[in-house]
Design a protein around this ligand. Sequence first.
Ligand code: SAM
Length: 256
Amino acid sequence: KLSRRLQLILEQVPSGSRIADIGSDHAMLPVAAVESGRAVMAVAGEVNPGPFDAATKQVAAAGLSHSISVRRGDGLQVISPEEVDVITIAGMGGGLITSILDADQDKLKGVSQLVLQPNVGEDILRRWLLEHHWVLISEMIIEEDHKLYEILTAVPEGSQSEGQLTNEQLYQEQTWQREWSGEPPLVISRDLLLQMGPLLLADPDPVLFEKWEGEITKLEGILASLSSSKLSSAEMKAQDIRKQIKLIQEVLACLQ
Ligand code: SAM
């Protein structure tokens, strides 16, 4: 049975897709995708020998060797252009996912959907998507086994359905009025939208609060260690972190 995280990723795959799951490990996702009929064929890509063997065994045990091709290689090198409709990359850092996408951009031609689940570094990945003309159509944040995960789904710019926002709309600077508190308006910059997720901010989930309260705790930890530092740069760094904490707190207060 799939974990809730992998199940939610699977649900982002349109029915009848040809998929490539890159960094597939045990090939749980492609197996479930083909078994459920969501995928008509799948490629499971793995760069490391251990997970590659595990994927090969899992696919054979499921009796799906005819519709799932397990391939050993780095990132998107395992697929040929136009071979798949959907690429899923899950359970890695946003930086690694970004470098995998960036390394073989010709393989993205003809791909109609990316379903990405970074463990950290979501902002790096959002920035790459924005700069390479992919538009977010869904963002989810979930908790599983005391870990938080974000699932980002993107389509090529211009191929969104009606009612879905453009990149310009998603990342337009926002001004949130705070008359109720007597505070001046809060400016939500493009950088902040890249960090926190434009769709997550538009429809905040309790898990989003948990994530950013956790980030505040981490920043407070850094502040505490800076306070004992004698480096002259420490105070500047501390000021910057205090600003970051204040901004996150203000955003969370507005979302409540
Ligand atoms: N995608 C599965 C999931 O979300 O449960 C497995 C995630 S596992 C933590 C990450 C996997 O990515 C590992 O099996 C690792 O070998 C693989 N991996 C890391 N870098 C890769 C790359 N450049 N190309 C293909 N696979 C890679």
